[in-house]
Each structure stands twice: as structure tokens, then as C-alpha cells.
Unconditional design. Structure first.
Length: 416
């Protein structure tokens, strides 16, 4: 199966798909699947722009809205994880994963899905230690702190992924696993990104949870983005097991933002199917989903009896089939380019129940809790005038002029 891997998409779907079609013509090949490694920017309308953490001058509709509205249909099945520049209100609607648009599947805050003979897992967001043990407390309208904290990786989602025992073919993240920078062409990386040297040398570059997941899950491939550079590495695990790591750039001319990879599989059926083990893990852990500022004390996996949940899920999928339903419903009005442009004066409000999420929870016989009141009660007022928290290691694009920054700097600096 031929897979196209994209680094940071930044909402530029038209150009990404056009590049894939060009490669097919030039190489006389057929690409079966597109994988995007975060900063996907599934922006449906101008309200969504207000829920994306970046300066207003960088906020533009790009092209995802065409695929959401049905004006365009994705020419390739597409899977993506979230990064640190997303329409977070929409991503929260699909916390467990689901269709962001027809043929475009979001893996959720953490997720595993099957496509043909491939088993693909992923983790959205970036790692920031001061939010890691927080709960998923953010709700629209987001204050300035929440616009950023919402895309910070949470321990709860990592713990669920750490329960996986069946082999994974592919894992997708936005930021890199910690320590990976020293396992490839380290010198070439520093020539491209000299400002990363200190973090690489002191071991703080990358995600600690990502490193833990890499060592535990040992996927055949790990794809990432975030640092806007192409970088490959080989991770040798105990025994003969190897993970091939690849990070790619953002979608711009003359940049290494896309690579086609041949992955040998027996089943090339282009169909998304639910993963039995992952549904069982979700079913076991869902009662402990932390919706307030602090993470709950999670029980030991042995106490949750995931095996019993898996037997339940297996029977359930035998009754209804494992194929992911392909019906898609919009939850907001999509962008209309004929209407006057709105300003970015205030964040959008309210939580919308996504039909796909509701359907998945009904399948698993789980309650809908994503609009739980405990979060709003604990955070008190909307605090729209709260003073934003500062991470001293985070580069803020709006703190300096464009020409004073390298044009490819994203949020960097994951310090303990």
C-alpha cells in the first residue's frame, strides 16, 4: 500500500492533494492514503478561526472548508492528528476521533484505527509538562490560556495508548519523541535548525510521553512534524524490532513536506474499520475521563479488566460489523466566501454534539460527557480577561516582527 505522509498541513489541502496527483502522474503510481502529522487546521468557518491559537494576521480560511461543505471531495482517504494550531472547538467535538469531513478522518486526542491491512495509532497535540497531568477542562468560549492549554497532551490519553498490546504498523504524532534527534543525521539537523542545539544536547527536545510510547508500542513507522524540517531516524528496540521515524516540513514550495512510502500489507481494501482493542480500552477508561482542571487518579489497568471489555466489543462488532460508518453530517454552517469577512473580536461559544461522536458512544453504550458541567463549574467564570500564562521556553510568534524570526519556527521548547 502506498502512503503519502505530510508534515504540517496548515489547512492547505488543495495544494497537498494537487502535489499527490502530480506525483502519481510523474511516477506512474497510485497513492492509497494520506497521513497528516498535525497543524491540520480543520477550519470550517470564521468562528473556528477564533478558536485557533495564533496571531490574527496568520488566521485565514485556507481550503479545508471546501471539503467540509461538500464543495470539494477529498481525492484520497486522509487521516490526521491535531497539532498546536487547530480549530480546537471542532477537535473537541471529535474527542474520540471521527470524520472531520467526508473521507477525512481525525484520530482524536488519542486513537487507533484500521485502514485496509494497516493498524494506525496517533496522539494529538504537543507536550508541555505543566499541563500534562491536567484534565480536559477547556470549553468554548476559550480564554487566552485555554486557547493554548487545550492542545497540550494529557496523561489520561497517553495512559490509554500505553495499554495497547497488539502490534501497530504506524504511529502519528505532531511533536517528536524525546531523544529521536540523536538517532539520525544529527549534524544535518543542526545545520538546518541551529537554534535547536541546546535542547538536543540537554535532552529536552521532544515529548517525554512520545518517547515512552515509542519504547512501549514499537510501531514499524512513526511519522511526525512540528519542527518544519525533514528528518529520518532508525530506532532499534530489543531484538530485531525496528521503528523507522520520519518527520516532514510544512506545505510550502521547495520544502520537503511530502513523501510517498510503500508499506507491505496483505489487505489493500480502502476501508476504515474500528479497532477492537482500542474500543475496549476506551470503554474501560471512559468513566475516568477527567473533565475538570485536575486529572483523576487512574486505576491500574489490571483492575479495569480490559479483556472483558474486549470480549464485549468483539461481540458487538460481530453484530454490526467493524466498518466505520461513512455518513457525515455538518454541525455548523461552512464558510461562504461571498459573505463579508467577519472580525476576530471574541471567541465562539457553546459546545456542539457531533453526530459521529454520539453514534460511537451509542455503539459502546457509553454516556456522552464531553459537555460535562464539572469543568465549567470548577473554572468559574469565563475569565476572558485572564492574564495568559507564559511558558518561558515557548516562542510566541506575535512577540517579534516576522523578519526577526526564521520563517519556519513553530512553538518550540519542551523543558522539564
Amino acid at each position: 500500500m502506498r502512503i503519502a505522509v505530510e508534515g504540517c498541513a496548515h489547512g492547505d489541502l488543495d495544494n497537498i492533494y494537487a502535489t499527490m496527483q502530480h506525483l502519481e502522474r510523474m511516477e506512474t503510481i497510485k497513492i492509497d492514503l494520506l497521513i497528516c502529522c498535525g497543524d491540520f487546521q480543520a477550519v470550517r468557518n470564521e468562528d473556528d478561526l477564533r478558536c485557533m491559537a495564533c496571531p490574527d494576521k496568520y488566521k485565514s480560511m485556507k481550503t479545508f472548508w471546501k471539503y467540509y461543505s461538500g464543495e470539494e471531495v477529498a481525492p484520497y482517504p486522509t487521516i490526521f492528528v491535531g497539532g498546536n494550531h487547530e480549530a480546537s472547538n471542532y477537535m473537541w467535538e471529535l474527542y474520540y476521533g471521527g470524520w472531520a469531513a467526508p473521507r477525512i478522518f481525525y484520530l482524536g486526542c488519542a486513537g487507533v484505527i484500521r485502514f485496509g491491512g494497516l493498524r494506525i495509532g496517533g496522539l494529538s497535540g504537543i507536550f508541555k509538562p505543566f499541563d500534562y497531568r491536567s484534565g480536559h477542562h477547556e470549553r468554548p468560549p476559550y480564554n487566552e490560556n485555554e486557547l493554548r492549554s487545550i492542545y497540550h497532551v494529557r496523561e489520561y490519553d497517553v495512559v490509554k495508548l500505553l495499554q495497547i498490546e497488539d502490534p501497530l504498523d504506524i504511529f502519528i504524532s505532531h511533536d517528536w519523541p524525546r531523544g529521536i534527534a540523536k538517532l539520525g543525521d544529527f549534524g544535518s539537523l543542526l545545520k538546518q535548525k541551529p537554534f535547536l542545539e541546546e535542547q538536543v544536547m540537554n535532552g529536552s527536545l521532544g515529548s517525554k510521553p512520545g518517547e515512552e510510547l515509542l519504547r512501549k508500542l514499537k510501531p514499524s513507522y512513526w511519522f511526525a512534524a512540528h519542527l518544519h524540517t525533514k528528518y529520518a531516524a532508525i530506532v532499534q528496540h530489543n531484538g530485531e524490532k525496528v521503528t523507522k521515524f520520519l518527520a516532514l516540513d510544512k506545505c510550502l514550495p521547495r520544502r520537503d513536506f511530502l513523501q510517498v512510502i510503500d508499506v507491505p500489507v496483505e489487505d489493500i481494501t480502502p476501508e476504515f474499520r474500528y479497532d477492537e482493542e482500542w474500543l475496549a480500552i476506551n470503554r474501560a477508561y471512559n468513566p475516568f475521563l477527567p473533565l475538570g482542571p485536575k486529572c483523576l487518579v487512574l486505576p491500574r489497568s489490571d483492575d479495569l479488566d480490559i479483556g472483558t471489555h474486549r470480549e464485549w466489543v468483539k461481540k458487538r462488532l460481530q453484530e454490526r460489523g467493524s466498518a466505520v460508518p461513512t455518513d457525515f453530517q455538518t454541525t455548523v454552517l461552512p464558510f461562504n466566501p461571498k459573505e463579508p469577512k467577519q472580525n476576530f473580536s471574541s471567541p465562539t461559544s457553546g459546545h456542539l454534539r457531533n453526530p459521529f461522536t454520539e453514534s460511537l458512544l451509542q455503539l459502546l453504550e457509553l454516556p456522552y460527557v464531553l459537555d460535562g458541567s464539572c469543568a465549567s463549574e470548577e473554572r468559574g467564570s469565563k475569565q476572558s480577561d485572564a492574564t495568559p500564562l507564559k511558558d518561558p521556553s515557548e516562542i510566541e510568534l506575535n512577540e517579534m516582527e516576522d523578519d526577526a524570526l526564521p520563517d519556519d519556527v513553530d512553538e518550540l521548547g519542551e523543558r522539564d
